[in-house]
Design a protein around this ligand. Structure first.
Ligand SMILES: *Cc1c(COP(=O)(O)O)cnc(C)c1O
Length: 425
């Protein structure tokens, strides 16, 4: 039996309608921005394997550091114990974040990093004896797939089966110069009881790479801070250079109270979650009363192997070559965007740093719309490119090491698709 046949017998894949999905593609090796299947066919990983990879696949330096760690210490309980990799990673990462970030709480993926952030905020007010339990979030937000993370995400087809069970959250539109004043008055009406505001800074990934201005985010952050509302910046997707700066929060002057990280944290090598917070939040849990403890932890909290992958990834991230690559991709994206933005089949095209997203014209024919996503996905796979459209939105966010040749090839295939994939117009 082939690997795919064996897979189809035993595996249930994520975000996949198993009845209608095409069989999965068996990948056996990865190098740089590319993945290779059993027959040696090359795929350019233009989506960084669900947005996690930043330095390329099977990076030899990360592999070496991980192997060294594995032979020293693979895991240790993190309550009552500590280890060098966790401490060093917290020290080095906190030094790169807005300077109010003082403490690091580890977990093991993005959704759990968000759960921790929400619990920190709600219990902060509980510990202080103030009744603040309402949470503010953006419409269309995506913060993960566990229940708390789903609750603070926009209601959608993904959450429909659970909507009645999700706790209530106040949702506001993304800010722009027209609505910013009205958003502030909406927040003001929620004021008594508003515990925190969670947001994806600058780019909402899962909802289709929706982008908004740093200036407006800054204004909302300042307004919430003034009201004592705690700010949670979910940098799980935007962190580690995606937006052109090390963290999206570097685009604003206000500072969040809490930040969440995962995805690129380990360079995309393995699962790790991290939630950082201010001294003020940490201090609200200090007490002789044991009830004020943050009772949260996962078996693999601060796994030493994951922390060592993150440390190795950080070494590469801080190397000058990575910043040059980020700039190179940003410039190439901008050039390509300029070239195709007036194409009749491009509805809009938008860019923040290394993230480029284009919305395809769908006309009014919804059956065409539904099939467009699948046709685009297959078109690029056939061309040896992994692009996973979100509906009619195609986005490119490659590992930073992608070659200029590979990037130009992706652009040329997009141009070809614009000509070849029949339009309903
Ligand atoms: C992916 C993502 C998450 C969830 O992370 P997982 O590791 O997939 O649980 C949360 N927030 C944002 C902004 C994300 O992009």
């Amino acid at each position: 039996m082939s690997l795919v046949e064996r897979d189809l017998k035993v595996i249930w894949h994520p975000y996949t309608q198993m009845k209608t999905a095409l069989p999965p593609i068996p990948i056996v090796t990865g190098e740089g921005a590319c993945l290779f299947d059993e027959n040696g066919k090359k795929y350019i990983d233009a989506v960084s394997s669900w947005w996690v990879n930043i330095h390329g696949h099977s990076h030899p330096y990360i592999a070496k550091k991980v192997a060294e760690q594995l032979t020293k210490l693979e895991h240790v309980i993190f309550a009552g114990f500590t280890h060098p990799a966790a401490v060093e990673l917290a020290e080095r990462l906190l030094a790169l974040l807005p300077d109010n970030q003082k403490k690091a709480f580890y977990s093991d993926n993005g959704s759990t990093a968000v759960e921790v952030a929400i619990k920190m905020c709600l219990q902060y007010w509980y510990n202080k004896g103030e009744k603040r339990t309402k949470i503010l979030a953006f419409k269309n937000a995506y913060h993960g797939d566990t229940f708390g993370a789903m609750a603070v995400s926009g209601r959608s087809a993904f959450t429909a089966a659970f909507d009645s069970l999700l706790f209530e959250v106040e949702f506001i539109d993304l800010p722009n110069s027209d609505n910013i004043q009205s958003l502030k008055s909406q927040i003001s009406n929620l004021k008594p009881g508003l515990a925190c505001f969670i947001f994806e800074p600058l780019v909402q990934g899962a909802s289709g790479m929706l982008m908004y201005e740093a200036e407006h985010l800054n204004e909302l952050m300042a307004y919430c801070s003034k009201e004592g509302v705690l700010l949670i910046a979910d940098e799980i997707f935007t962190g580690f250079g995606r937006t052109g700066k090390p963290f999206a929060c570097h685009h604003v002057s206000e500072q969040p109270d809490i930040m969440c990280f995962s995805k690129g944290l380990t360079g995309g090598t393995m699962a790790l979650g991290l939630t950082t917070c201010t001294q003020q939040i940490f201090d609200a849990f200090l007490s002789d009363d044991r009830l004020k403890t943050l009772f949260h932890g996962h078996s693999f909290t601060a796994n030493p192997v994951a922390c060592s992958a993150a440390l190795a990834s950080l070494d590469l991230f801080l190397d000058g070559a990575t910043a040059i690559n980020i700039k190179r991709i940003t410039d190439l994206h901008a050039g390509f965007a300029l070239k195709i933005k007036s194409h009749r089949k491009i509805k809009t095209i938008r860019q923040t740093g290394t993230i480029l997203a284009m919305e395809w014209e769908t006309g009014t024919d919804t059956s065409y719309f539904n099939s467009l996503r699948d046709r685009l996905y297959q078109y690029f796979l056939d061309a040896g490119i992994i692009l996973r459209p979100l509906g009619n939105i195609i986005y490119i966010l490659p590992p930073y090491c992608i070659t200029t040749d590979d990037l130009n090839y992706i652009y040329s295939q997009i141009e070809q698709a614009l000509e070849e994939i029949s339009s309903p117009l």
